[in-house]
Design a protein around this ligand. Structure first.
Ligand code: AMP
Length: 443
């Protein structure tokens, strides 16, 4: 039988899984600080949820969806992104009628796109994202951006660039699309096959084309700022002024259009750069949207949100050395010496776990040398050596594996002994964001 994973999928095991979890937990924690609640959504949706919700002109819907007929001959699709499904869920559950607006929801989990697998691009990957639905305010846009920046800073990214643009309201975009269509119609013969289709479906997407020759042509294209309605323009500058108030730097990038059709008004991306200033590309993309809830039969509610790709961020954190302190550590490796000590060693291990420290013990008597090798492989901080004679006296040897210091402890005071050496470690895990953390000084 084939033991390879499905093309474009990958296994994350041990430390690799911990890296993904760390990213997800930082974003999850930040979203909760900002008052967002979790939404756990189905992976499968009826195909029309994405076909219409994500937008027919998007690359995702045109060529990347995992769509199939289920046994009841219903066309279903494995989510390629979360926003359309979340909007469906808001309408299915009539959340707009029962909850205060804006509805603030976050999500995390796998998404599926049938793309050509390449470095950092998978067919199954993980996304985290937020959506704030039902309040058309510049403050809500700014809040989404601040949340993203604060989470990236907490992960340790130091050189972030926020790029923003506005796509205007429906009226601005219609006028701009007409202008783009007129401009590109005359030049389309020299452009790539995808751009031919973009011209037909949504000419704004041409600005996003990665083909160099096409980018060169697009440099002369009309600019959105000349087609913005007064309302869209003032909305955009209101958001920027809030960012200014918070000291957030940004760049206006007029070619930033985002790949999905539902965006309107402000769109943004957070980019990271290397120490020598190379742009690593977007870590996060999002923006304001409208019309989505209405498409599913709900009221006309706008929203703002962003999504991050967990694998992409993990790859950049690896490059930047931001995982260096992440360790797969064990607090205590309990070493039974002799068959007679096995049962007690297991009981002591369980007791240590109940005290909140991680612990392991082998279920067989082994040589001390073998046990120390295992403890080292397991990256244990301490070994607790439990010998038959010592057990009879109610004591054991606690050895610090980093310093080789060893001390006899009374098993009756195991909790105090472990708290004394492991308890204080807790302080170093503080996420207050301060370089020199002082959170625990008053305790
Ligand atoms: P999008 O929904 O296309 O705006 O993507 C949001 C984020 O998901 C991007 O910034 C990427 O980091 C990530 N992403 C999108 N497609 C893939 C993929 N095929 N493999 C890995 N990450 C992806």
């Amino acid at each position: 039988m084939n033991s390879q994973p499905v093309k474009g999928t990958h296994d994350l095991i041990g430390l690799e899984a911990a890296k993904a979890r760390m990213i997800e937990e930082v974003f999850r924690g930040m979203a909760e600080l900002y008052g967002f609640k979790e939404a756990r959504l189905p992976i499968l949706e009826y195909t029309e949820v994405f076909a219409r919700g994500t937008g027919e002109s998007s690359d995702i819907v045109r060529k990347e969806m995992y769509t199939f007929l289920d046994k009841g001959e219903r066309s279903v699709t494995m989510r390629p992104e979360f926003t359309a499904g979340l909007m469906r869920a808001i309408v299915s559950n009539k959340l707009y009628a029962t909850e205060d607006l804006p509805l603030k929801l976050y999500y995390v989990g796998p998404a599926f796109r049938y793309e050509r697998p390449q470095l950092g691009r998978y067919r199954q990957f993980n996304q985290f994202g937020i959506e704030a639905v039902g309040l058309d305010k510049a403050e809500a846009d700014a809040e989404a951006i601040l949340l993203a920046l604060q989470a990236f800073a907490m992960l340790g990214f130091e050189r972030l660039r926020l790029k923003v643009n506005t796509l205007g309201d429906a009226e601005s975009r219609a006028a701009y699309r007409d202008a783009l269509r007129a401009f590109f119609s005359e030049r389309i013969d020299d452009m790539c096959a995808d751009c031919h289709e973009r011209l037909r479906l949504n000419p704004m997407r041409i600005l996003d084309c990665k083909v160099e020759a096409d980018q060169e042509i697009a440099k002369g294209a009309p600019r959105i700022k000349d087609y913005l309605s007064a309302a869209s323009e003032s909305r955009f500058y209101k958001t920027l002024s809030i960012l200014n108030d918070f000291g957030v730097e940004y760049e206006i990038d007029e070619n930033l259009v985002r790949g999905l059709d539902y965006y309107s008004e402000i769109v943004f991306e957070v980019h990271a750069t290397s120490k020598d200033g190379t742009d690593y590309g977007a870590l996060c993309g999002g923006g304001h949207y409208s019309g989505l809830i209405e498409q599913f039969g709900g009221p006309d509610l706008p929203g703002v949100g962003f999504a991050i790709g967990v694998e992409r961020i993990a790859a950049l954190m690896e490059k930047e050395g931001l995982f260096d302190e992440l360790e797969d550590r064990l607090d205590v490796y309990v070493m039974p010496i002799g068959e007679e000590a096995l049962e007690d060693a297991f009981a002591i291990t369980t007791q240590i776990r109940c005290l909140g420290y991680s612990a392991e013990t082998p279920f067989a008597a082994q040589k001390l040398g073998t046990l120390f090798k295992k403890a080292t492989r397991r990256n244990a901080r301490f070994a607790l050596i439990v010998g038959e004679e010592e057990l009879a006296k109610g004591v054991a040897q606690l050895k610090n594996l980093a310093t080789a210091e060893q001390k006899e402890i009374k098993l009756a005071s195991l909790e105090e002994e472990l708290d004394a050496v492991l308890g204080e470690e807790e302080e170093h895990h503080c996420h207050c964001g301060e370089g020199e953390c002082h959170c625990h000084e008053e305790e």
